[in-house]
Design a binder for this molecule. Structure first.
Ligand code: ZN
Length: 335
């Protein structure tokens, strides 16, 4: 809990007590006790019979190469955003091994692995190499999203091409505004669209209101909206329930513009009450919501459990937990 308080600047969660949100990486998957009708691809004692096994995919995690946590101070001296988010040694920097252990403990089949939005293209390249190697070593369990420095666009284009050839699944989590692009302009929108190509593009989305936390800034949702409006062909995943952008879909023209956008659920309990899921599903569709944790910021087990406390139906939860990600990432469906 302390890490979360430091990272997000919250004294306590918004809607449940501290006890309910204490991370517990050893907790069993919630499906053991579930009465929601969910079941996973793996048999759990007491889970009952699954007519249609469910793949669980965490669409937003962060890992660092082995040994980089020990370089935290030196990296923070070079990179301002990294300093804001990770200079405190209690802000966890997980490795691929840490993530795979957590996935095994909580019955998560696959996970998108993101790095960090470094300014230095050399750090991006080194981090991407580690992500791609981790994914290759883990079979199909880890889906690498590469990071790009947007301070050097020529280098970013070369790096995107290099990693695409090496099998990257997507790009992100990027913070285009923090990284120097103004997505409200046609020129910068075209630059980002060209970098993304047909790859899924995960963008951090900043709530326009609400409390401050380290790492909140990164992409204003008004500029993100203009980008999506101009470039509907880009497969955008707006992190953290899109920074609240889906709620503007009460406006018919916004609903139309956002009809192709995905949002992920990363760290939602630190931002919203569970009722937001009903609103987002009704406004942009449950088929546009991807289960995500922001691991290691959040416990995967806890996030699985909390998702079942949202007002999504069992069939909507199945889409959110894996069906949508399978479709978006072109993965084989279980069952
Ligand atoms: Zn983010």
């Amino acid at each position: 809990m302390m890490i979360h308080v430091l990272y997000w600047g919250l004294q306590q969660p918004l809607w449940v007590g501290d006890t309910a949100l204490t991370p517990d990486e050893t907790q069993s998957p919630p499906h053991h006790q579930s009465t929601s009708g969910l079941c996973t691809a793996r048999p759990f004692p007491g889970a009952g019979r699954c007519a249609s096994p469910l793949m669980i995919i965490d669409s937003h995690t962060h890992i660092f190469p082995e040994g980089w946590a020990a370089r935290r101070t030196a990296l923070a001296a070079r990179e301002p955003l990294f300093a804001e988010m990770y200079s405190d040694p209690r802000a966890r920097m997980a490795t691929a091994a840490d993530l795979l252990r957590s996935m095994d403990a909580h019955g998560i089949d696959q996970a998108v692995i993101c790095g960090f939005g470094w300014d230095d293209p050399a750090l991006c390249r080194a981090h991407n190499d580690a992500l791609l190697e981790a994914a290759a070593a883990a079979g199909d369990r880890l889906l690498p999203f590469i990071t790009l420095s947007l301070r050097d666009l020529a280098a970013a284009a070369r790096e995107a091409e290099r990693c695409r050839a090496l099998g990257a699944t997507g790009i992100g989590e990027l913070r285009p505004e923090w990284q120097g692009l103004d997505l409200a302009t046609e020129g910068d929108a075209a630059v980002l669209a060209a970098l993304a190509g047909d790859a899924p593009l995960l963008i951090h989305a900043t709530e326009a209101a609400g409390h401050r936390y380290p790492g909140k800034q990164g992409q204003r949702i008004d500029a993100l909206y203009r980008f999506i409006e101009r470039r509907p062909e880009v497969r955008v995943i707006a992190a953290h329930l899109g920074g609240g952008l889906p709620l503007y879909a009460h406006m018919p023209e916004v609903r139309e513009v956002l009809s192709g956008m995905y949002v992920d659920t990363a760290a939602w309990p630190l931002l919203y009450r569970p009722a937001i899921f009903r609103a987002v599903a009704d406004l942009i569709g449950a088929q546009r919501i991807l289960f995500a944790t922001d691991f290691p910021l959040r416990s995967q087990g806890r996030e699985l459990s909390l998702l079942q406390q949202t007002p999504l139906t069992a069939s909507e939860q199945r889409l959110v937990l894996g069906g949508n990600a399978s479709r978006l990432f072109g993965l084989a469906q279980a069952g």
